[in-house]
Design a protein around this ligand. Structure first.
Ligand SMILES: Cc1ncc(COP(=O)(O)O)c(C=O)c1O
Length: 303
């Protein structure tokens, strides 16, 4: 069945969804965003994603002209309209992109001249590029580009102005085509990945940067909640590359893969080079929480 997408008030086949070349999404990359995933075709923490989206819109003064409840209803309608596109064992993303709408060159770019452009679509949860990392761990690498400082743009505003993240990811992939970025802030503190948060297990404590320099990831919060339930001490703190290089375990968190273990950092081995016990316990707890073996679901896509 053709995918149906939502664009500014209408649900249409994807080839009919069009935006103007003058949309602020293109003119100034002036778009806030969310990516939610399903487990068993049910959205995971959709309320938290919508709440974060509305916080991003409050800060950027983008007015979607609908309430969070209305947006949630439309989101669930888009999912329902597309569910038959996915097989029983498959899940999907639900993506929200909301731009300020038409931008007229020369006008004050901070003004929303008309309706915001609200775009919502689903997409197959394709886990193939991460799946093998559940078996072997990935290579975490620090790029030469640093985070846009929080003093310039608060990283908690989840937005589509992605060039800095793309540059950072490109730089690490020049070092190792399968590398995943560990972007540092201007002080050299570990911040985040281009699409994920970063954790280290150090002397039995699960540590992650504070949200001073990274997105308040929904998966980050889930990992912290699960650790607390399992009795694993947690700490939000400053981490340096030294801490990752000497950690017992390192992993990333993000909506699609939930937890992605890293067994190498900047060419060196993390811990004993194998996926560690805390990472495994958290992956198991996450699978239990959502009623799906998340590792098997990903591995099934590459086996
Ligand atoms: C820059 C950045 N950091 C972290 C994350 C992880 O956030 P979440 O766990 O809510 O997916 C994302 C997600 O896309 C991101 O874009």
């Amino acid at each position: 069945m053709t995918r149906l997408v939502y664009i500014s008030g209408e649900m249409v086949p994807e080839h009919e969804a069009k935006i103007s070349i003058f949309d602020s999404a293109i003119m100034v990359a002036d778009t806030v965003t969310e990516s939610t995933r399903t487990f068993h075709k049910t959205p995971f923490k959709l309320d938290e994603h919508i709440a974060r989206l509305y916080r991003s819109m409050k800060l950027t003064h983008i007015n979607p002209q609908m309430t969070p409840e209305q947006l949630k209803k439309i989101t669930l309608d888009v999912l329902a309209a597309n569910l038959s596109n996915y097989e029983d064992h498959q899940d999907c993303w639900i993506v929200h992109n909301i731009s300020r709408g038409l931008s007229v060159p020369g006008a004050d770019p901070t003004k929303q001249l008309g309706a915001a452009t609200v775009m919502i679509f689903t997409q197959l949860m394709d886990l193939r590029s991460w799946a093998n990392f559940y078996r072997e761990g990935c290579h975490a690498v620090t790029p030469m580009s640093r985070m846009v400082p929080s003093q310039s743009l608060d990283p908690r505003i989840k937005n589509r102005s992605r060039l800095p993240y793309t540059m950072a990811e490109m730089e690490v992939k020049l070092v190792d085509p399968l590398a995943q970025s560990v972007i540092l802030d201007l002080d050299g503190h570990v911040a985040e990945n281009k699409g994920g948060n970063i954790f280290a297990v150090i002397n039995g404590v699960l540590k992650t940067p504070t949200t001073v320099n990274c997105l308040a990831g929904v998966s980050r919060a889930t990992a912290l909640e699960l650790a607390q339930k399992l009795g694993i001490p947690t700490q939000e703190t400053v981490l340096l590359p030294y801490d990752l290089a000497t950690a017992d375990e390192v992993f990333f968190t993000s909506t699609p893969y939930c937890i992605m273990p890293a067994t190498k950092f900047n060419g060196g081995v993390v811990g004993d080079g194998k996926i560690g016990p805390v990472t495994k316990r958290l992956l198991a707890a996450w699978s239990e929480l959502v009623g799906i073996d998340i590792v098997q679901q990903a591995l099934a896509q590459i086996n």
